[in-house]
Design a binder for this molecule. Structure first.
Ligand code: ATP
Ligand code: MG
Ligand code: MG
Length: 380
């Protein structure tokens, strides 16, 4: 009986444990919170990731390790990787934990990225704004997620407010200014690479964010085969450069038929949740297969799927469950503003059936605005 250890016990670890049950796997999760929602399905070791005694306790009960968030302290991941096999390799963590290192690697691989400048001082910020123009976005290089640690700069006069908001982070982990991309669409490639180097991607996903947080995903995205091939090529180049093992997502902006890479998430990804019901093999199932060195499952889509994130609190499930292709995921978390507490996936055999289901669910839950852009895309 193999026990998989997961650093981080949030909903991604929870869905990984659920996907691992049919494979006969056991899980152990480590988290800083005793309330971590994966703890409802797997033994939970609680403590700081930097605490050696806690890490020791965690390591002693597992055969192989992975993680469910990219901000695992690099030193802890390296320590753990000397005790048990850890996938993906901590090198992928190191790169994706720092937006500057990430963009540098993307550039080296010939993957286009938005204009960017590292920022250390208020004067440096002003110079960077002058160079990139407005609008632009100041971001912390490290530890950001769900749009946290970002400040949107509309005009040069916003520089002082931006520094006020994030300047303290300049010394801690650094800042980066990025050109604002007036994208037509946001897309993501969810990909998996096995221990033997086998590489697969799920069909491209189109994503809609609200206030920097993912709101809805549609898959397969309606894009040309040429665009899809370019996106997959970028993901493959990254996976091979990092000798990556497991699932990751590459977030992309689409503008004028071109692609700009936003960021790499070295883990299963929110934009891949639709694969649980909408693909032959889910991202969670394939991540486990990859880290265990098992054959990867097929990634083809089963019709069309739309995932809706529930942020802050769970809606009533009845409208979704009443749909023939409706699937409900409650993460068992305490409601809190801005928190991802669950999601629903609607699956259908064609565009119109999915659009109609989304309209029914949107109306029943008072979430017309959340489903509207997806419905519009399906009816284009
Ligand atoms: P995640 O939860 O995906 O890790 P994050 O905090 O790392 O989020 P980003 O992915 O950098 O943040 O940004 C969140 C969202 O903000 C993006 O998906 C996009 O909608 C918007 N955004 C970020 N950077 C830019 C940019 N340079 N131009 C336009 N929009 C942007
Ligand atoms: Mg991110
Ligand atoms: Mg992102």
């Amino acid at each position: 009986m193999t026990t998989i250890g997961i650093l981080g016990g949030g909903q991604l670890a929870r869905m990984m444990a659920l996907a691992g049950a049919p494979l006969g796997l056991r899980f152990s999760v480590m988290d800083t919170s005793a309330e971590a929602c994966a703890g409802q399905f797997a033994p939970l070791v609680v403590g700081d990731y930097r605490d050696r005694a806690t890490l020791e306790e965690f390591a002693s009960g597992i055969d192989i390790a992975t993680f469910d968030f990219e901000n695992v302290p690099a030193g802890s991941a390296e320590w753990l990787s000397r005790r048990v096999p850890l996938f993906p390799d901590p090198r992928a963590l190191g790169t994706s934990q720092d937006r500057l290192a990430e963009k540098t690697l993307l550039g080296e691989l010939g993957i286009p990225v938005p204009g960017y400048v590292a920022v250390d001082t208020p004067a440096g910020l002003e110079a960077a704004i002058a160079r990139l123009g407005t609008p632009c976005i100041l971001k912390t290089r490290r530890l950001g997620y769900d749009g946290k640690g970002q400040f949107r700069i509309r005009a040069a006069a916003d520089a002082a407010a931006a520094w006020e908001a994030l300047g303290a982070q300049a010394a801690a982990g650094g800042l980066i200014l990025e050109a604002f991309v007036p994208f037509e669409r946001e897309l993501s490639v969810v990909a998996v690479r096995g221990r033997d180097g086998e590489f697969r991607t799920w069909p491209l996903t189109e994503n809609w964010h609200v206030d920097g947080v993912l709101s809805a995903s549609l898959a397969p995205a309606r894009v040309s085969p040429g665009l899809e091939a370019r996106a997959v090529g970028h993901a493959r180049a990254l996976a091979e450069a990092l000798e990556y093992v497991g699932v990751f997502a590459l977030e992309l902006f689409c503008l004028d038929g071109g692609l700009l890479a936003n960021e790499l998430a070295p883990r299963v990804h929110n934009s891949g949740h639709w694969t649980i019901e909408g693909a032959e093999t889910s991202q969670f199932g394939n991540h486990l297969r990859a880290v265990l060195g098992l054959p990867l499952g097929a990634t083809r889509a089963l019709g069309r799927a739309c995932m809706l994130n529930w942020i802050g609190e769970m809606p009533d499930p009845v409208a979704v469950l009443a749909e023939p292709g409706g699937h409900w995921h409650d993460y068992g978390k305490t409601p809190r503003a801005g928190r991802k507490v669950g999601h629903a996936t609607l699956r259908a055999d064609d565009d119109e059936a999915l659009a109609a289901a989304l309209e029914r669910v949107g109306a029943a839950l008072g979430r017309e605005a959340q489903v509207a852009p997806v419905v519009a895309r399906l009816r284009e």
